[in-house]
Design a protein around this ligand. Structure first.
Ligand code: ZN
Length: 154
């Protein structure tokens, strides 16, 4: 199976986890803080999650969003799921995008969405130029892990 979220190297990008979910810093963030929440198991659709799994995913994503907003000094964010191919899901492993937003970060607030499409190519293409270097990635993941460990839960 050629799934980037099931690959063992993904561990280097994980900065928080719950029982069944991981928070992964996006190797090709469309904006600073761009993170993916994914189930540890290879599940394609949100609808394949049991109710308890869906609640866990949402509550975990809420916690991750708090971390991102604090670390990246933002009070705004987008969440997005593309569920199945007609909806634009190109990696068949369920993932929720969390993107912290900043005043004036894009000409129009909605401009982030078309970038998600191209983002998959960047995540999957090892030669993509817009990818973070291993050093940049390590720095940010360590910072997020550290913050995650020491924060007071909200
Ligand atoms: Zn997978």
């Amino acid at each position: 199976m050629n799934c980037p979220f099931c690959a063992t190297e993904i561990k280097n990008s994980v900065f928080s986890e719950s029982e069944n979910f991981l928070a992964i810093y996006n190797v090709a963030p469309i904006l600073p803080g761009h993170t993916l929440v994914v189930p540890k198991k290879h599940i394609t659709s949100m609808l394949d999650l049991p109710d308890t799994g869906l609640s866990e995913m949402m509550l975990f994503a809420k916690k991750v969003t708090h971390i991102l907003l604090e670390v990246f000094n933002s009070d705004s964010f987008n969440w997005s799921v593309q569920d199945n191919s007609a909806a634009g899901q190109t990696v068949s492993h369920l993932h929720l995008h969390i993107v912290p937003r900043f005043e004036g970060d894009m000409p129009n607030p909605g401009d982030w969405y078309p970038k998600i499409d191209n983002n998959y190519k960047e995540m999957l293409d090892s030669k993509s130029r817009s990818k973070l270097s291993q050093n940049q990635m390590e720095k940010i993941v360590l910072k997020l892990r550290d913050f995650e460990k020491n924060r007071i839960p909200k």
